[in-house]
Design a protein around this ligand. Structure first.
Ligand code: COA
Ligand code: AMP
Length: 622
């Protein structure tokens, strides 16, 4: 079937389309209604009962796939390779779930996972799903304060962590960060379960600390607890326009149906294939495509603990593909840029047999045509850019090999995925003709799998995404749709920047900078970076009372961001300026500042012609 026919089938009758897809999921009790709406809240597969862990693990074991490999763990950073079968996974997940249940963790309780890329993080996610507890994974590159703010938001009954994370040049003492985070919040979980890694054993200091090995009783097991389709499976925080991260809530039913469908529809994967998403479980891509989607399908997923370069070389991605016969891999353009920089003529790549690889998918940030062309030339495989958000949980647009790929257009993220109707609106909410740049929006209802709620704040979802354009979800991305339906995502419409595929709120960095006693005001903007796409840089105005040298203040502000937000922010540059360019009403002209610093064409907005243009130029000259 062609893409057009498939898309039309969905558009003609979305509910029957999704009913058909829902048959691939095992339900404990059938749902009563395909789509149920209350106010601005959409619920797919209303009142159905299921268990996501059952669908990811037990079901495959019951179907005779106990010896099939579920997880391929490959860690060049520790020189470890390990395979976990579905049968082994079931035992380990069930024992942890039972042990959690024994200390009182039950359906609806939250469990924070602050863990590196080891099989135990997947086991923990599934164990929570098994007993209906809601997991909330926190990325390892965040600082203690960020971890603390997530603890305060979700109030976990238990935290599961590890003794350390491993970065190429250093060991990250997770326990120290966790201890600090706990000292910053008044919430006290009943247990901190710590997986001790042999590379670094930490001290268990609090009376609530317990090692994973001591905690998990392997003789215990527990059956899957039925949960409602609309019960949350997980909460994953992402950057919003304020300093307070948004806890995106993902519910069980729609998620299982959408992700299972996407494995075939988007990635052309079947049960016997090997799938690899080279991301981190701390991000949505890791949740959806390292863990849930491949396991829902019952194929084998690769869990890679390493970097595209430096662990130890630029050939590791190709090694993994060749060693495990990966059919479809998924990474961020920044990883490709890193590899290309170190291995421009593909010497490393040529060492490996990539014959089983069929597709490379990219997402997370705008893919520059040069990187796509280089990868296609080197690997002779199609490189497919597809558009994603934490909120949607699966790709909004792409190119769908299952139907025969349509022509790849550099700079475009392909056409809308069946399930999504994407439009371009101007700021007044009027539809724009093809080829015009505007707000990329999705017509409601969003398909199964997409979030409809922010944890602890139902109204924030409406305020952030639904209020601006009646009847549409506002993606906060700006872009163009051409006359053939190709979508190009050009930039964000809010203050989010994309650094190495990670989403950062410049507002939250500004909040940190202004905590420095010598900073009177500041503006943080994205600065173009060859490797990471964008990195944040801060313009700071010093308070008149400041007695410290500029160099000291610059160093301190850089350290402050690292300490409070984390190294993942890649905040390496503060620039001292005398003033910040502002509108008459006092609004800082961030996008103009960004253009000036990036040496792009800029205009002083007409509405503020009295702005002192020299002030802007001064920034450029610093
Ligand atoms: N735990 C602790 N620290 C972490 C971390 C983690 N899980 N992940 C990153 N960090 C730290 C790094 O050590 C680095 O610290 P440093 O400033 O002391 O060097 C900092 O955060 C920035 O890390 P990173 O963004 O990984 O940059 P890098 O310069 O080390 O590596 C790339 C550059 C391109 C190789 C790397 O960014 C990369 O692999 N990007 C792909 C990202 C990705 O897959 N995103 C998917 C989203 S879909
Ligand atoms: P995150 O929620 O962290 O996955 O970030 C989502 C944001 O990343 C989107 O809103 C886009 O701004 C950007 N993004 C993701 N995928 C793409 C892509 N393929 N092309 C351009 N931008 C993308």
């Amino acid at each position: 079937m062609s893409y057009n026919k498939y898309y039309s089938e969905w558009a003609y009758n979305p509910l029957s389309f999704w009913d058909e897809k829902a048959k691939d999921v095992s339900w404990i009790e059938p749902y009563k209604k395909t789509l149920h709406k209350t106010d601005n809240y959409y619920e797919w597969f209303h009142q159905g009962k299921l268990n996501t862990c059952y669908n990811c693990v037990d079901k495959h074991v019951e179907n005779g796939k106990s010896d099939k490999v579920a997880i391929i763990y490959d860690s060049p950073i520790t020189n470890t390779k390990k395979k976990v079968t579905y049968g082994q996974l079931l035992k380990q997940v069930s024992s942890l779930a039972a042990s959690l249940n024994n200390i009182g963790v039950k359906k609806g309780d939250r469990v924070i996972l602050y863990m590196p890329m080891i099989p135990e993080v997947i086991i923990s996610m599934l164990a929570c799903a098994r007993i209906g507890a809601i997991h909330s994974v926190v990325f390892g590159g965040f600082a203690a304060e960020e971890l603390a703010s997530r603890i305060s938001d979700v109030l976990p009954k238990v935290i599961i962590s590890a003794s350390c994370g491993l970065e190429p040049k250093r060991i990250i003492d997770y326990k120290k960060i966790l201890n600090k985070a706990l000292s910053l919040t008044s919430h006290k979980p009943i247990k901190q379960i710590i997986y001790q890694r042999e590379q670094y054993l930490c001290k268990l200091t609090s009376e609530n600390d317990i090692s994973w090995n001591e905690f998990v009783d392997n003789s215990f097991s527990i059956n899957c607890v039925p949960v409602d389709s609309n019960d949350p499976l997980y909460i994953l925080h992402t950057s919003g326009t304020t300093g307070i991260p948004k806890g995106i809530v993902r519910t069980n039913g729609g998620h299982a149906v959408a992700l299972l469908n996407s494995m075939k529809m988007t990635y052309d994967i079947s049960e016997d294939d090997i799938f690899w998403a080279a991301s981190d479980v701390g991000w949505v891509v890791g949740h959806s495509y390292i863990v849930y989607a491949p396991l829902l399908l019952g194929c084998s997923t690769v869990l890679y603990e390493g970097k595209p370069v430096g662990t130890p070389d630029a050939g590791q991605f190709w090694r993994v593909i060749s060693e495990y016969k990966v059919k479809t891999m998924f990474t961020a353009p920044t990883a490709i840029r890193a590899i290309k920089k170190e291995d421009a003529d593909g010497q490393e790549l040529k060492k490996y047999d990539l014959s089983k690889l069929q597709y490379i998918f990219l997402a997370g940030e705008r893919a520059d045509p040069e990187s796509i062309k280089w990868t296609m030339e080197m690997t002779k495989k199609p490189v497919i850019d597809h558009w994603w958000q934490t909120e949607t949980g699966w790709s909004i647009a792409g190119n769908f090999p299952q139907f025969g790929l349509f022509d790849i257009m550099y700079g475009s993220t392909g056409k809308a995925a069946p399930g999504f109707q994407v439009n371009v609106l101007n700021d007044k909410g009027e539809k724009l003709a093809p080829e015009n740049m505007g707000n990329l929006v999705i017509k409601l209802p969003l398909p199964p799998g997409c979030s409809s709620e922010i944890w602890n704040n139902k109204n924030r979802f409406y305020e952030a995404y639904l209020k601006k354009f009646d009847g549409y979800y506002d993606t906060s991305d700006a872009g163009i749709i051409d006359k053939n339906g190709y979508i190009s995502v050009m930039s964000r419409t809010d203050d989010i920047i994309n650094c190495a595929g990670h989403r950062l709120s410049t507002g939250s960095i500004e909040e940190i900078l202004t905590q420095h006693q010598d900073v009177a005001e500041c503006a943080v903007v994205g600065f173009n970076d060859e490797l990471k796409g964008q990195v944040p840089i801060g313009l700071i105005v010093l308070s008149t009372s400041s007695m410290n040298s500029e160099n000291t203040i610059i160093k301190e502000t850089i350290n402050l961001v690292r300490e409070k937000l984390g190294p993942v922010a890649s905040y390496k540059k503060s620039i001292v300026v005398e003033n910040l360019p502002k509108t008459r009403s006092g609004k800082i002209l961030r996008s103009t500042i960004s253009k000036i610093l990036n040496k792009e064409d800029y205009k002083v907005p007409a509405t503020i012609e009295d702005i002192n243009t020299l002030e802007l130029i001064k920034c450029l000259k610093v």
